[in-house]
Design a protein around this ligand. Structure first.
Ligand code: HEM
Length: 545
């Protein structure tokens, strides 16, 4: 929807432009506008079905800025698995079933793997150095290769040691300070990210490296949200009046630089980001030189600089990607896990029975138990399905050539959302979708569900940190359930507090709004084991200090 400042600025610009247009040019402009409208109307009739919009603004007024994925899912229910709409002059395609998303974003990924234009976050804020927002092309391929080399399946397993040690720290924190469970989870996710990226762990989410990086990522994801198909996904308060406008009217970039009011704040932020990201890489280089840096994404990428052909600055931006993409997604999914355990205690009990049988009370579960814990594995998949954090499928895709799907025309330049919030609740693929039933992943013979990658996106853009994320989820979920019963907190009136299972944040990633819960240690042996393992872990963690 157009906000107040957008509306005022649009009218002002339109009036100023109209004023300058001479009387002779007016008929030409009118003809041009009519042509655009007629073309859009004709094109729209061949496109997938969808809600009727208005001239110029399209469906902007119908897309809520709060949790737009819910409206998208409603439209998919009403119009079918492929829906089209317009946000301003940008055609938008919303995919509401996994099949439609696989058919287009995977099978045709040669044309569906680009990104929409991100004027503020991509071009101004990061000078096109944040790969998540880069269109399909050589710079994105170089960026992606660095991250793929750092996090492909076998390489991700080389980080098991730090994930295991960090999850031991997490258990100890949950044991000694259970009230702050959410903060401990965030610290775990942040520390895994800094360790695998810069070979340096963090003791607290208040450490500057986390705070500074999160601030950099926040400003980037704020602008990304705004750009994702016009004003959809606007979630954070905007500090730059009229910043939206340049996403809808990129020709404003052609104004003399001094008149581009929307530039100043992101450009200042860019200088700050460059200083921070360069400092982090320099620190790793220094530790590489004196032989104290553990193997990490930055050390690998710096070592291979002549092969990957990237500049120092490109490397600094590329290796920072796990911060933006990996912390909130991992910690948010773990919060969903806590929420689900409160609502479905019978599932928790089943997983604990499996852990007791396979692991027993005398040692912590480890990565070596992975293949012998099928129910736990199914529980992890069900957590990712029940409430996907990347509600709209992460950053939207863009299609770079005209296409046709089941007789429907999809124009080049469309923004495409794989609406995971809707897809994961498609009752045909997931019967009784609101239930939390890990069994659905054990009963299925569908290989796409047995090897469940759907929560991680599609095609060439599929989450590059998927294996690392799955390892983090496995080790934390198995150890937490092995050690604790997750129970509702007790309110002042003596009654259990059960949080609303739909109370989620608005935003690019949507996670449960903070809620209290109680953690009860399952046996005295568990406490002994956590204390023992924590003592042993402290020394080994020294490598990542
Ligand atoms: C539970 C945790 C996670 C979930 C649910 C998740 C989900 C996603 C999704 C849905 C996408 C969009 C894919 C698409 O465009 O089709 C994505 C992209 C991405 N993810 Fe993750 N992610 C998680 C953890 C991580 C971690 C730990 C890392 C870091 C190592 C990471 C790095 C990335 C990157 C760099 C991209 C952009 C890929 C590109 O544009 O080519 N993610 N993720």
């Amino acid at each position: 929807m157009l906000n107040g400042s957008e509306m005022i600025s649009s009218v002002a610009i339109f009036a100023a432009t109209a004023f300058r247009v001479s009387a002779n040019a007016a008929p030409f402009v009118l003809a041009l506008l009519t042509f655009v409208l007629v073309k859009q109307h004709v094109q729209r009739r061949r496109m997938p079905p969808g809600p009727r919009g208005l001239p110029f603004i399209g469906n902007k007024h119908q897309v809520p800025s709060i949790k737009p994925w819910r409206q998208f899912a409603e439209w998919n229910k009403h119009y079918g698995p492929v829906v089209s709409l317009y946000l301003g002059s940008t055609p938008v395609i919303v995919l509401g079933t996994a099949q439609a998303a696989w058919d287009l974003l995977e099978k045709r990924s040669d044309i569906y793997s680009s990104r929409p234009r991100f004027v503020v976050a991509g071009e101004i804020l990061s000078d096109n150095k944040r790969g998540l927002m880069l269109p399909n092309g050589e710079p994105w391929r170089r960026w992606r290769k660095v991250l793929h080399t750092g996090f492909h399946s076998r390489r991700a397993d080389t980080y098991n040691e730090i994930q295991s040690l960090e999850s031991t720290v997490l258990l100890h924190q949950l044991l000694t300070e259970p009230k702050n469970w959410e903060r401990h989870i965030q610290r775990f996710a942040a520390s895994v990210a800094t360790s695998v990226t810069y070979g340096r762990r963090v003791e607290s989410v208040d450490e500057w490296i986390v705070k500074e990086n999160m601030a950099a990522m926040d400003s980037s994801s704020e602008s990304t949200s705004i750009a994702s198909g016009g004003t959809v996904l606007t979630t954070l308060p905007l500090s730059i009046p009229g910043k939206h406008l340049v996403e809808s009217w990129p020709w404003l970039m052609k104004l003399p630089r001094s008149m581009q009011w929307f530039r100043r704040e992101p450009e200042d932020r860019r200088q700050r980001d460059i200083r921070l990201l360069t400092h982090l890489v320099d620190d790793v280089k220094k530790r590489m030189a004196d032989g104290t840096s553990p193997d990490c994404l930055t050390s690998q990428t710096v070592t291979n600089q002549s092969k990957n052909g990237m500049s120092d600055l490109e490397i600094a931006y590329a290796v920072s990607s796990p911060f933006g993409a990996g912390i909130e997604t991992t910690s948010g999914t773990l919060c969903v896990f806590f929420l689900a355990m409160l609502h479905f205690p019978e599932v928790m009990k089943k997983a604990q029975d499996e852990l007791d049988k396979v692991v027993g009370p005398d040692r912590l579960p480890g990565f070596e138990d992975r293949d012998r814990l099928p129910y736990l594995h199914a529980l992890m998949n069900e957590t990712l399905r029940w409430r996907p954090i990347a509600v709209l499928g992460g950053t939207p895709h863009a299609v770079i050539a005209d296409d046709e799907y089941n007789g429907m025309y999809i124009p080049k330049g469309s923004t495409v959302f794989g609406n995971l919030a809707g897809i994961m609740h498609d009752p045909v693929m997931f019967p009784s979708p609101d239930d939390f039933r890990p069994e659905r992943f054990l009963e299925t013979t569908d290989p796409r569900l047995q090897d469940f990658d759907l929560p991680f996106g599609f095609g060439r853009r599929i989450c590059v940190g998927m294996h690392l994320a799955k390892n983090s989820l496995f080790i934390t979920m198995s150890r937490i359930l092995w050690a604790f019963d997750i129970l509702p907190a007790i309110g002042g009136d003596g009654r259990p507090i059960l949080p609303d299972p739909w109370n989620f944040t608005n935003g690019f990633n949507s996670k449960p709004v903070s809620f209290p819960c109680a953690l009860k240690c399952r046996s005295p042996k568990v406490i002994e084991c956590i204390e023992r393992e924590w003592d042993a872990a402290k020394e080994r963690l020294g490598r990542w200090q």
